[in-house]
Design a binder for this molecule. Structure first.
Ligand SMILES: Nc1ncnc2c1ncn2[C@@H]1O[C@H](COP(=O)(O)OP(=O)(O)OP(=O)(O)O)[C@@H](O)[C@H]1O
Ligand SMILES: [Mg+2]
Length: 290
C-alpha cells in the first residue's frame, strides 16, 4: 500500500469510527443499554462506565489485600487484616468511632503511609509502582484538617495551584475559567485576593475542598468534608459531589455525618478498632443512585 493510500485508508477508518460512535451515542440517548467490548479507549469515550477485566475478573480501581499498618513505637497496630475493593464510579462511605483507623486507611491509599503488611493496587498495579505525584494526579485527597495545608498567598492562587503546577500545566485560560467557577460555586469570590489563612474556619474548609475539586481528579477521597460547614454549604457540597458522581467519578467519604452519608453513599463500610466490621450495600436502596 502506498503512503497516499495508507493515509486515505486511515482517514476512511477514522470517519467510519466517528459515524459508529455517533450511532451508538444516539442509540444510548433513546434509553438503550449498550455493552461495548473494545481495546480502543477513545472509541468508547461516550460510555458511562468502564470495566477493565483481568484473568476473567473486573479489576477494582483500588484494592486492599490483607493490609495491616502500625505506627512506629506503637504496640497495637492501627489497622489489621483489611480486605477492601473500591470501584471507580462508586461512592463509598467509611464510618466508625474516633481512632478506629479511618484516616490511617485513606492515607495508605494515597501512599502517604506505607502498609506494614499486605498489598494495595491502584487500577490493577501495585501502589508502590506509582510516584506520589502520579497517585496525586489520579486521586484528589481532602485532608481531615485541610486548612493546615493551605499555603498560597491568595485564595484564587490556592484554587489554581494544582492546575498550573503538579505537571498538569493547563493553559492560562482554562486555569482562569476554573478558578472563577470554583470561587463562585463555593462562594469565595469576595475573598479571591485574600490571604487563605485569614479566612474563617468554614471558608478555609470550602477553599481546601474547592482547590482539590478544581483539579478534577478521576477519584476523590474526602476525610470528614462536612466538618465546619453550615447546612446550606453542606447541601452545596452534596449537590456538587452528586453531579461529579453522575459523570462517573467515584469517591470515598470518611464521615461521622450519618445524614450526609445516607444521602450520598452507595456502600457504607463500618470500621472498629482497626478492622472492617461490616459493609452495607445501599444500591437500589435509599442510597444515592448515580
Ligand atoms: N501519627 C501518628 N502516630 C502514632 N499514632 C497515630 C498517628 N496517627 C494516628 N494514630 C493512632 O492510630 C489510630 C487510628 O487513628 P486515625 O486517625 O486513623 O483514626 P480515625 O478513625 O480517623 O479517627 P477520627 O474519627 O478521630 O478522625 C488511633 O489510635 C491514633 O491514636
Ligand atoms: Mg480521622
Amino acid at each position: 500500500m502506498s503512503a497516499v493510500n495508507a493515509g486515505k485508508f486511515i482517514e476512511e477508518m477514522t470517519q467510519a469510527k466517528g459515524e459508529w460512535q455517533s450511532f451508538l451515542e444516539k442509540l444510548r440517548d433513546t434509553g438503550k443499554t449498550i455493552i461495548a467490548v473494545e481495546h480502543d479507549l477513545e472509541a468508547v469515550a461516550f460510555s458511562d462506565r468502564l470495566m477493565v477485566l483481568e484473568g476473567g475478573k473486573p479489576v477494582a480501581y483500588l484494592e486492599l489485600r490483607q493490609v495491616a499498618f502500625s505506627y512506629p513505637r506503637k504496640m497495637k497496630p492501627a489497622l489489621t487484616g483489611i480486605n477492601l475493593n473500591f470501584e471507580k464510579e462508586e461512592i463509598t462511605a467509611i464510618t466508625g468511632p474516633n481512632g478506629c483507623g479511618k484516616t490511617t486507611l485513606t492515607k495508605l491509599m494515597i501512599g502517604v503511609l506505607q502498609a506494614t503488611e499486605g498489598e494495595i493496587y491502584l487500577a490493577g498495579c501495585p501502589l508502590t509502582d506509582y510516584s506520589l505525584a502520579e497517585i496525586g494526579s489520579k486521586i484528589g485527597y481532602v485532608f481531615q484538617k485541610p486548612d493546615l495545608l493551605l499555603f498560597c498567598s491568595t485564595v484564587a492562587e490556592e484554587i489554581g495551584f494544582g492546575l498550573t503546577n503538579r505537571g498538569r500545566g493547563c493553559n492560562p485560560e482554562t486555569v482562569q475559567k476554573r478558578i472563577k467557577f470554583y470561587l463562585d460555586y463555593f462562594e469565595l469570590t469576595g475573598y479571591r485576593n485574600d490571604f487563605p489563612l485569614h479566612l474563617s474556619q468554614g471558608e478555609k474548609e470550602r477553599l481546601a475542598i474547592a482547590a482539590v475539586l478544581a483539579n478534577e481528579p478521576e477519584f476523590l477521597i474526602l476525610d470528614e468534608p462536612t466538618i465546619g460547614l453550615d447546612a446550606y454549604r453542606k447541601k452545596l457540597l452534596e449537590n456538587y459531589l452528586k453531579k461529579i458522581a453522575r459523570l462517573g467519578r467515584g469517591m470515598i467519604l470518611v464521615s461521622h455525618d450519618a445524614p450526609f452519608v445516607n444521602r450520598l453513599a452507595e456502600r457504607v463500610v463500618t470500621m472498629a478498632d482497626g478492622r472492617i466490621q461490616g459493609c452495607n450495600e445501599r444500591k437500589g436502596n435509599d442510597g444515592y443512585e448515580a
